[in-house]
Ligand binder design. Structure first.
Ligand code: 13P
Length: 252
């Protein structure tokens, strides 16, 4: 059975004290309280070591929000996969829609990052999802299929537990607008089918597929119960621990 993942993506939010407060409060969930759920925090790079120090004795994971596909060298402002690994962090988000929109991220660069992360046994949370215009033109499946195949074809995955897909329809991110149960169900099923074509059915069954886009305490339970939804990638509602806690509790 796939363990659920509840991951907070803090984006560029929270001061150090607010961040620390959330991390400390998350310790109310020791391993035995969450037999079937993993908690992850995708934090600003500057807070990653603080988060790692705070959560070292817990089962919760710390991720960075992006990583370079270069090994090392003159790449000002970047972080390498080896730095993430050596710092004791568990992985990275890859190709969040905001990286695609503002930082030229594409499926090919995303694929290189995912390969690097998986090669050193880190978690890669690969973010995909269509924009509103594509949804209106009924092109959402084609977009998602291309995002999956262009990034994930052409390399071997050893550990499918560490490859995580986050389906985040761009029109539902930070807008308060949530995809309907039918839309989520249909897309997650489609994603699993495409993963099955890429990696075989048995391996595709091991990959967690998260939903992201205005997930909050009021809708979390309904979304998490959908077949092929293995948890959530949560932006706004991960910035208030009480909201994040409710979402975690919905996953139990
Ligand atoms: P919101 O939960 O704020 O819509 O953000 C979703 C998201 O982008 C998570 O990566």
């Amino acid at each position: 059975m796939r363990k659920k993942i509840i991951a907070g993506n803090w984006k560029m939010n929270l001061n150090p004290e607010e961040a620390m407060c959330i991390l400390e409060r998350s310790k109310m969930f020791p391993a035995e309280s969450l037999p079937n759920t993993e908690i992850m925090f995708a934090v600003p790079a500057l807070y990653a070591m603080m988060a790692e120090n705070s959560l070292r004795e817990t089962p919760h994971s710390v991720l960075v929000q992006d990583v370079s596909f270069q090994d090392d060298g003159a790449f000002t402002g970047e972080i390498s996969v080896n730095m993430v690994k050596a710092s004791g962090l568990q992985g990275a988000l890859v190709a969040h829609s905001e990286r695609r929109e503002y930082h030229n991220e594409n499926n090919i660069s995303a694929g290189k990052k995912i390969k690097k992360l998986l090669d050193v046994d880190l978690v890669a949370v690969y973010c995909i999802g269509e924009k509103l215009e594509s949804r209106k033109n009924k092109e959402e499946k084609q977009i998602v299929k291309t995002q999956l195949t262009e990034a994930l074809s052409g390399f071997e995955v050893r550990n499918f537990d560490r490859l995580v897909i986050a389906y985040e329809p761009v029109w539902a991110i930070g807008t308060g607008e949530v995809a309907t149960v039918e839309q989520i169900s249909e897309m997650h099923h489609f994603i699993r089918e495409e993963l099955s074509k890429l990696f075989g059915a048995e391996n595709a069954e091991k990959i967690r597929i998260l939903y992201g886009g205005s997930m909050k305490p009021e809708n979390a339970l309904e979304i998490i119960q959908i077949q092929d939804v293995d948890g959530g990638l949560i932006g706004g509602a991960s910035l208030k621990f009480d909201d994040f806690k409710s979402i975690i509790l919905s996953s139990i």
